[in-house]
Design a protein around this ligand. Structure first.
Ligand SMILES: [Zn+2]
Length: 287
C-alpha cells in the first residue's frame, strides 16, 4: 500500500534498522523493487529524481504506474513514493501529482532560506499527510548534472532544520553520489555522532549508499541512520546482467530480442541487489 514514509521511518529509528530508498527508472525497476519488498516483507521507499521523473513521462505517469503495480501485484507492504533531491518547484509538482513523500533539497540555499522554504513545505506536506525529507550540507558527487563538492553538515544547522517538524533529515557526512573514488577516507562518524546528539530521535538519511562498506553502513545505522539511498548499485547490476546477455549472443537466438527476454536478466539483477541491501539494512520482515 502507498503510504507516507513517516511511520516506517519512526519504526526504523526505534528498531535500529534502515529502510532502503531505491531510485526507479522505468517499469522493470519499479516492479523488481516492489516484488522484492513484498517477498521479503520489508517496507520500501521508491525514489524518483527530477531527471527520472521527466524520463518516465512525468510525475502523474509514475503515480499511475506505482499505484497500479501495488494493486495488481498485491503489494501489501508499506511503500512510499518519494521525490529525491526535489527543487522547491519540483516538490509542489509531486505534491499535486499524488506522491506520498518528498525531499526538499535546500542545501544549495543559505541556511536562512533553506529554513524558510523547508518550514513552508512542512506545513503543506503535513496537511496532505505526506512525509518530508530536508537536507543540510551538500552531498558530494554528481546527480542529474548537478555537481556538489560534498561538505559535512553543521550540527547546529541540522538541529534548526530538524526542529521544523520534518520527517527525516539528510546530512552530508563525507558520503557522495555514484561510485566512491579510490582513496575515499570513509564516512565522518564524528560528525554523524554530533548531529545525532543534537537532533534527538530524528531519523537520519544516508545518501550515496553505493559502495559504502557493510561495516560502515551498520555503524551509521547504530548512529541514527534510518533511510539509505541506493541508486547507482542497481544501475550497475542491471547493466552488467544486460551486457552478459548480449555478449553471449542470446538476443540473436530465437526470440531473444523480445524486450521481455532481453530485459529479464537485468530485472533479476535488480531484485538480487535490492535483496542484498534490505538484508544489510535489517529491514527484512519489518513490514
Ligand atoms: Zn542523494
Amino acid at each position: 500500500m502507498l503510504v507516507s514514509a513517516k511511520e516506517m521511518m519512526q519504526k526504523a529509528r526505534a528498531g535500529h534498522y534502515a529502510v532502503g530508498a531505491f531510485n526507479i527508472n522505468n517499469l522493470e525497476w519499479t516492479k523488481a523493487i516492489l516484488l522484492t519488498a513484498q517477498e521479503l516483507q520489508s517496507p520500501v521507499i521508491l525514489g524518483v529524481s527530477e531527471g527520472a521523473g521527466k524520463y518516465m513521462g512525468g510525475y502523474k505517469t509514475i503515480v499511475g504506474m506505482v499505484k497500479g503495480l501495488i494493486e495488481e501485484q498485491n503489494i501489501t507492504v508499506p511503500v512510499a513514493l518519494h521525490l529525491d533531491h526535489g527543487s522547491y518547484e519540483g516538490c509542489y509538482k509531486c505534491i499535486e501529482a499524488g506522491f506520498s513523500s518528498v525531499m526538499f533539497d535546500g542545501s544549495k540555499y543559505p541556511i536562512d532560506e533553506n529554513v524558510a522554504k523547508t518550514k513552508e513545505l512542512v506545513a503543506v506536506t503535513g496537511e496532505k499527510g505526506m512525509s518530508l525529507e530536508a537536507e543540510v550540507g551538500g552531498i558530494g558527487g554528481e546527480e542529474d548534472g548537478v555537481v556538489s563538492m560534498g561538505e559535512c553538515a553543521d550540527p547546529d544547522e541540522c538541529k534548526a532544520i530538524a526542529d521544523l517538524g520534518i520527517t527525516m533529515l539528510a546530512a552530508g557526512i563525507g558520503n557522495i553520489h555514484g561510485k566512491y573514488p579510490e582513496g575515499w577516507p570513509g564516512l565522518r562518524f564524528d560528525v554523524l555522532e554530533s548531529i545525532n546528539a543534537k537532533v534527538g530521535e530524528m531519523p537520519l538519511v544516508l545518501h550515496g549508499g553505493t559502495g559504502i562498506p557493510a561495516d560502515m553502513i551498520k555503524k551509521a545505522i547504530s548512529l541514527g541512520v534510518s533511510k539509505i539511498n541506493v541508486n547507482t548499485e542497481c544501475q550497475l547490476s542491471f547493466a552488467a546482467a544486460t551486457r552478459k546477455y548480449i555478449e553471449e549472443g542470446k538476443d540473436q537466438q530465437g526470440k531473444g530480442y523480445d524486450p521481455r527476454k532481453l530485459l529479464a536478466p537485468g530485472f533479476e539483477a535488480i531484485k538480487a541487489t535490492v535483496k542484498e541491501k534490505m538484508e544489510l539494512f535489517g529491514s527484512v520482515g519489518k513490514a
